[in-house]
Design a protein around this ligand. Sequence first.
Ligand code: CTP
Ligand code: MG
Length: 228
Amino acid sequence: MHAVGIVAAAGSGLRLGADRPKALVSLGGRALVCWAVDALRAGGVSDIVVAVPADEHAAFATVLPLDVRLVAGGETRTASVRAALRATTEPGRPAADVVLVHDAARPLTPPAVVARVLAALTAGARAVVPVLPVVDTTVVVDDDGMITDAVPRGPLRRVQTPQGFDRACLVAAYDALDDPTVDATPFTDDAAVIRAAGIPVTTVEGHERAGKITVAHDLAVAELQVRS
Ligand code: CTP
Ligand code: MG
């Protein structure tokens, strides 16, 4: 089973508000995207494609290992993942049986999480995501900020990456988005795309260290983690 890792790194990082694309922001002296690539490799995925902002190719090539392939990402994460997916079947390279799609914005993902996702795919799952329980009380509010309902949190989970898929299933699920009657707006991750195609998604245990860096506070916490 040949696994290819896709790292979505083509976002701009508006909410972080740094002076460069988020994936190039430094954590412990190394770009976030380098940490994300290392996490995949340490977890058992060596063949890696990174989707980067089209006009930042040179900057990413400077910081990443030579054997990582770079492709131009798109306007949305969905478009970036699709661009990287196309590179998983290049002539002359081993075709991917499975793909693990990871966010550059989750730099400290433990290798054990990657290994759990790979193991589930090896055991036959067509789609697998790492998840964690929701620990806060969770409510629904109306437009005025008034609580209208409490959500039982027992069955709720927070979804992380890397998310693993049978490659052919993921390609077919993304191709189905080309249907003009499909609204892709609600699809914030790859598991949502594959569920819309009717494919069951299994879960494995995630990890707090796989949390996403979205705002400056998240980066400050990650800095503390790499120093400890
Ligand atoms: N991503 C991508 N292509 C895009 C948008 C996002 O590859 N067009 C990637 C980001 O680089 C990131 C991951 O998807 O690693 C998760 O997205 P998010 O945390 O939202 O990152 P940004 O879109 O860069 O940040 P923001 O939404 O704050 O602008
Ligand atoms: Mg974004």
